[in-house]
Structures are given as structure tokens and as C-alpha cells.
Design a protein around this ligand. Structure first.
Ligand SMILES: Nc1ncnc2c1ncn2[C@@H]1O[C@H](COP(=O)(O)OP(=O)(O)OP(=O)(O)O)[C@@H](O)[C@H]1O
Ligand SMILES: [Mg+2]
Length: 333
């Protein structure tokens, strides 16, 4: 780790009152958009996260550093709503784009993505994730205060809609209009506090509850995005770990049902409809957008996902059931 980064962390900790004589910083792996350290300071330990200007992906992708503050704001807000499911923010510094939060050790809180990699697809976890997302969306829906605090439309465009939907539109000329329309409609829907990166790599499986991390894309907008985003990851895991495909699809079903059962701010059928509209766009985006999933590398697999998602995008009457059926017939038969 560079000395300057270490100095920044140390001065942040001193100013925040989290410093001690014996501070040990250990880099946590996995961060594409941030430097993350597990910090032991005297008899305390916690995590320090700092947004980096250029995301660590193959294509050039610069992202606003203000996302560090968006994440802190989301964590603080969500912690009021679902305290058991969100780290506590201990301190933050907007100049250094750094914050400290509670640490969850991996032996007790494994990453959901790692569990899924091993074929452990627990429907209890999926149910809890759906229910937690619904509680956050319910509590923040149609709130002017939340809308003002999370007016991060520019960041959401540059971190989500542009690299996923618009970038994919430019590679699929025949589907450019429907893909762009999905993006435009997402941006135009202002309804609840969106996490923006609800994926198994950002969820720890705790003994009491899943813990949601990595809310840099927090935005007051389209809650259907969160669910479509997470379902898309569960579906694509079928390509990664084919032997667990049926269990992943069962988890997707359970998460959807838990979410739709719990939402109170609009009819479940309306949001289900919008989730189904968005999902195939995100699916194709994880193959041909700016941030393809790292675990689908085989060209035959990519082609299969393209065929399924392109067919779904062409079907304007698609529902969550048709998406599941068509995806499962190719990947979980
Ligand atoms: N509070 C925490 N407690 C324990 N582990 C954590 C914590 N925060 C982050 N981690 C670990 O660090 C990894 C990266 O964190 P995070 O997702 O916040 O960073 P990122 O750079 O935004 O990641 P991404 O690659 O998703 O963009 C997580 O997957 C998790 O394993
Ligand atoms: Mg992450």
C-alpha cells in the first residue's frame, strides 16, 4: 500500500478519534471502485473505505468521488430502517472521500457470492434480502426529504444507466431503442431510495441477517432497479455454477415473492411489471456492457445469454414468469 494512502488513513483516524498508537491496516480484496482496509486500532477494529477516481475494470470508467458521500448517506438512512442489516458508519471525511464503518469478520459473515459459488443457495437468505429491500423502499417511498438528499441522478446515469444500458444499446443496434427506453424510464421514475448495487458480492450472510454493503450508487429513483439487478445476478450465477442452477432460480423466486409481498407503496403488479422490463436489459448488459461479469468468459456461454436476453427484450409482453421460464429452459433444464 502506498505511503500517501496510509498517511491519509492515519490522519483521518486521528481526526475522527479512532486512532491509537498501534494501528494495523490490512487491505481487503474485492474492491473495484474503492480502497478498503480492515483496521485494527488499539482494541477496536473496523473498516475504512475510500473511493478511487478510476474504476478497476478493463474499459476506462471514471466515476464521481461524491459516491463516497452517497454511500455514507445511504448507510445512515438504511441503518434507521433495518439496523440489523447495515453497517454502522463510525466517521467520514468528505475531503479525503473516506469513511469508517463496523467490520464483519468473514468466518461469521461470508460473502453471499462466495456461498453461491459453492452451490450454497439458501432461500432463507434470498427471502431476507427481498424483505430488507422492501422495508427500505417502503420507508423512503415518495419522500421529498429523501428525494432531495439523494438527488444523485448524474452519478446514477454515469455509474449505472450509461455503462449498462446505453453502452449495450450501442453494441446491439437492432435493440438500441428498447434498451435506451429502459434507461430513460429508469431515470424518470422517482419513487424510493435505491441501493443501486444490490448484488451477492455486496451482501454478507450474517447469522441474524444479511448485511448490505457498497451503496455508492445510492439514488432516489426507481426501486425496481434494485430487484432487477439482484435477480439478474442470481440468474447469471446459473451459468457460473450450472449444477446449482435450479437452486439459484428458486432463490430468485423466493426473493421476488418476499419483496412483492412486503411492498406497500404501490401495487405489486406494477413494480413486478417494471422489474420484468428492466431485467433482460441488465442481463445483456452484463455480457456486452461496460462492466461484464468476470465469471462468464466462455464465448459459447456468452452467446447463450445473448440469445435468451435478446429474445426476452424483443418480447414486450414479458413477465417475471416468462423470464424465468425462458432462462431456466436454457440454463437450468
Ligand atoms: N464492513 C465490512 N465488513 C467486512 N467486510 C467488508 C466490509 N466492507 C467491505 N467488505 C469487504 O470488502 C469487499 C469490497 O467492499 P465494497 O463492495 O464496499 O467495495 P467496492 O470497491 O465498492 O466493491 P465493488 O467491487 O463491488 O465495486 C466486500 O465484498 C467485502 O468482502
Ligand atoms: Mg462491492
Amino acid at each position: 500500500m502506498a505511503d500517501s494512502a496510509r498517511d491519509d488513513v492515519l490522519s483521518f483516524l486521528q481526526r475522527a478519534g479512532l486512532g491509537a498508537k498501534d494501528i494495523v491496516l490490512q487491505t481487503l480484496s474485492g474492491g473495484v471502485s474503492a480502497d478498503i482496509w480492515h483496521v485494527t486500532s488499539g482494541d477496536r477494529d473496523f473498516v475504512v473505505k475510500r473511493a478511487v477516481p478510476q474504476l478497476r475494470v478493463a474499459q476506462e470508467w471514471k466515476a464521481p468521488l461524491s459516491r463516497n458521500r452517497s454511500e455514507v448517506d445511504w448507510l445512515n438512512e438504511a441503518r434507521h430502517i433495518v439496523p440489523e442489516a447495515v453497517p454502522q458508519v463510525l466517521a467520514c471525511d468528505d475531503k479525503l472521500n473516506m469513511f469508517a464503518m463496523s467490520y464483519y469478520p468473514p468466518d461469521l459473515y461470508p460473502l453471499w457470492k462466495r456461498e453461491l459459488r459453492e452451490g450454497r443457495a439458501d432461500p432463507i437468505v434470498a427471502h431476507a434480502v427481498g424483505a430488507i429491500a422492501a422495508r427500505i423502499h417502503n420507508a423512503t417511498a415518495f419522500s421529498d426529504t429523501i428525494a432531495r438528499r439523494f438527488a444523485t441522478d448524474d452519478a446514477f446515469l454515469s455509474l449505472r444507466v450509461d455503462p449498462y444500458l446505453y453502452a449495450t444499446a450501442s453494441r446491439h443496434a437492432d435493440l438500441a431503442e428498447p434498451l435506451r427506453a429502459i434507461g430513460r424510464d429508469i431515470l424518470a421514475t422517482k419513487r424510493a431510495l435505491v441501493h443501486g448495487d444490490l448484488s451477492p458480492k455486496n451482501i454478507l450472510v450474517g447469522p441474524q441477517s444479511p448485511i448490505l454493503l457498497d451503496a455508492e450508487c445510492a439514488w432516489y429513483g426507481e426501486p425496481a432497479f434494485d430487484i432487477a439487478f439482484c435477480l439478474n445476478h442470481l440468474f447469471l450465477k446459473c451459468v457460473w455454477v450450472p449444477e446449482a442452477a435450479r437452486r439459484f432460480i428458486a432463490c430468485a423466486d423466493t426473493l421476488t415473492a418476499a419483496y412483492l409481498d412486503a411492498i406497500t407503496f404501490e401495487p405489486a403488479a406494477d413494480i413486478a411489471h417494471r422489474i420484468a422490463r428492466i431485467l433482460p436489459g441488465l442481463m445483456l448488459a452484463r455480457i456486452d456492457g461496460k462492466s461484464p461479469v468476470e465469471y462468464i468468459t466462455d464465448e459459447t456461454d456468452k452467446a447463450r445469454v445473448r440469445i435468451v436476453s435478446r429474445n426476452l427484450l424483443r418480447n414486450e409482453a414479458r413477465t417475471l414468469t416468462t423470464i424465468k421460464t425462458e432462462f431456466a429452459s436454457e440454463f437450468a433444464a
